[in-house]
Design a protein around this ligand. Structure first.
Ligand code: ADP
Length: 364
């Protein structure tokens, strides 16, 4: 069936109803009235005894009765046909609306997997598509919320269990209080502290509450500052930290503090996962954007794990990261910060060879 707009359909359906009604009325009245009239005249002729005066009255009466019966039939047949047709057409239009109402009610009552079917009316299809887009996004939010609560409980449980274990042993007298023991407790508390801090940052970044002030930023001084800051913390210059950035690097459209935070997270990770060798902070201009890469010669990430590195709470090696105090949130925040500045972040890595994390920012 042709894809008419709803207004055209309604107009057409009414016109159709009118045409059918009037058409049947006229057709039946036009063809049957003269027949009835002729029938009456024939009856008159057979009698052959009527005067002109009485014949005139009889003729008019006859015609009137013929017309009346024709009209009655045309109204009955025309009305029924037109009514039936109108009912059928309006049902075709309103039925998808009824389905939509049922689906929205189900969705509101928590059945988030419900989706609108496609119909043959373009306006309703557009509505159904917008609803389905909204439903997908709401279902995603709900899924992430559930995952977050699950992950969070897991992350909180580990340090809490460790701390409770130590404290119980201390109170029982099973463990002697010692500076090492207190240091372990402090380490677990710090872990909880870092976790809550990272989570707060992540939730702000994901909800878009982190203020981002985009402006023209010169990357070279920013990267130089970063290298100097980290170099001061390195003992024996191991691993070596190097900057490879052309002096004529184009300015970028970014937030200075957030870009600094991104570089800091990436270099911090590179240092954490590189025992020896070199970490290079490299920048170069490309088509409409500037790339910044942090290249390390550290432990690397297995190819199978690469798709998950930017997911929150993901860690390649749980026990090692637990030891280093990693929460698995840093890269999730980093990716969000890059995206908020209209950039993108990528990773390449080879196990035991090293990793390259690179992000781009638009040229100002
Ligand atoms: P974490 O606080 O655990 O470092 P991140 O989100 O920053 O959290 O990193 C997630 C995981 O990705 C880390 O636990 C680690 O396994 C892996 N990873 C991140 N950066 C590197 C790197 N430069 N080299 C090797 N592995 C890395």
């Amino acid at each position: 069936m042709a894809r008419f707009r709803l207004s055209t359909r309604l107009l057409l359906s009414h016109l159709l109803v009118m045409v059918v009604g009037l058409g049947t009325f006229t057709l039946i009245a036009k063809f049957s009235s003269p027949r009835f009239f002729v029938l009456r005249l024939e009856q008159l002729e057979q009698r052959g005894l009527v005067t002109v005066r009485s014949a005139r009255t009889y003729l008019i009466d006859g015609f009137e009765s013929a017309w009346n019966s024709s009209s009655l039939w045309s109204v009955i047949i025309g009305g029924t046909t037109a009514g039936g047709l109108s009912l059928w057409l309006s049902q075709r239009i309103t039925q998808p609306l009824g389905t939509m109402a049922t689906i929205t009610q189900k969705f509101a009552s928590g059945q988030l997997q419900e989706r609108m079917p496609t119909t043959e009316i373009p306006e309703l299809n557009e509505l159904a598509q917008s609803f389905n887009r909204m439903a997908n996004s709401l279902e995603g939010v709900e899924k992430r919320r559930r995952e977050l609560i699950g992950d969070l409980t897991h992350e909180l449980r580990t340090p809490l269990t460790v701390m409770r274990g130590y404290l119980e042993e201390l109170s029982d007298g099973g463990l002697e209080p010692s500076p090492e023991l207190y240091l372990r407790l402090v380490r677990e508390t710090k872990r909880l502290e870092r976790l809550t801090h990272d989570l707060q940052e992540l939730s702000k970044a994901e909800a878009g509450y982190l203020p981002i002030q985009l402006q023209r930023v010169e990357l070279l001084p920013l990267l130089r500052g970063m290298v100097e800051r980290f170099q001061d913390q390195l003992i024996d210059d191991n691993p070596r930290l190097r900057l490879d950035c052309p002096v004529d690097l184009p300015m970028v459209w970014a937030d200075f503090d957030r870009t600094e935070q991104v570089v800091m997270n990436l270099v911090g990770n590179a240092l954490r996962y590189t025992e020896a060798g070199e970490i290079t902070l490299k920048a170069w201009g490309a088509d409409k954007c500037v790339w910044v890469a942090v290249i390390d010669t550290g432990v690397g990430i297995a190819a199978a794990d690469l798709p998950y590195v930017f997911e929150r709470f993901w860690r390649a090696d749980r026990s090692r990261s637990l030891h280093s105090g990693g929460t698995g949130i840093g890269l999730a925040i980093t990716r969000r910060l890059v995206e908020l500045q209209n950039g993108q972040i990528e990773v390449e890595s080879e196990l035991d060879r090293g990793s390259t994390f690179k992000f781009c920012l638009p040229v100002a």
